[in-house]
Design a protein around this ligand. Sequence first.
Ligand SMILES: Nc1ncnc2c1ncn2[C@@H]1O[C@H](COP(=O)(O)OP(=O)(O)OP(=O)(O)O)[C@@H](O)[C@H]1O
Ligand SMILES: [Mg+2]
Length: 245
Amino acid sequence: MIIFSDVKKSFGEKHVLKGISFQIKKAEIVFILGTSGTGKSVLLKNIVGLLRPDSGEIWIDGQEKSTFKEKDFMGLRKRCGMVFQHPALFDSLTVFDNIAFGIRKHYPKSTHQEISERVKNCLELVNLNGIESKFPPEISYGMQKRVSLARTLAIQPDILLFDEPTTGLDPISTNKVNHLIQELSTKLHTTSIVVSHDMHCALDIADRIIVLDKGLVIENASVEDIKKSKHPLVVDFLKEALANE
Ligand SMILES: Nc1ncnc2c1ncn2[C@@H]1O[C@H](COP(=O)(O)OP(=O)(O)OP(=O)(O)O)[C@@H](O)[C@H]1O
Ligand SMILES: [Mg+2]
């Protein structure tokens, strides 16, 4: 469903992605782990077209992205929902309108009733009820993060890209979000790419774990095989995950 083939991206002299290759199948949950500044967010932004690679190919459902026209990107953004690292809600819109915004844009024929129902359902999915009329600055950071997840779910994408969905959330909300990612994969066959520092979550719900370091893929393996990895960075991530158990 998603193929990266020798993708490179630099900003000036700074080489961030130095030749990334991997494949992701439909309904897979793939975690991308790596230390801070290693290019995880840049990688996700390349998938949705917020950034373009300098070289290499990105294939989505049999179409190579450099051949995309503007209208293809519009279609891609509907199919491919990205939950950003920081919530990035519209502060001057209510929670309801923040979530409804994408529905109105991507499903312009929706009635008010359909929009209301979908907003309510999506808020329930992230365990937030009755906050439709609040403005983002009035709710906590963790709640804003979950609203931003609800806003993405509302578009009903079949590929979900999460940039650190649980960083800054309490353990109970973290579990709920992880459980939700699993449920979307099994029930709706949603493909999920989850960027994270959290090996503990990855071991829990990932089908596969890709570890990036200094712009390169250093591991790409199932949870079972990752646990046997001898790579020092992976060993460190594993140690930390086990210490937090
Ligand atoms: N638009 C940009 N212009 C210039 N440099 C950028 C841009 N976006 C990212 N970078 C640089 O690319 C590198 C990788 O950034 P990225 O945000 O992908 O890291 P990350 O792995 O997501 O880190 P974190 O775990 O802290 O979120 C950083 O050094 C960053 O400064
Ligand atoms: Mg990041």
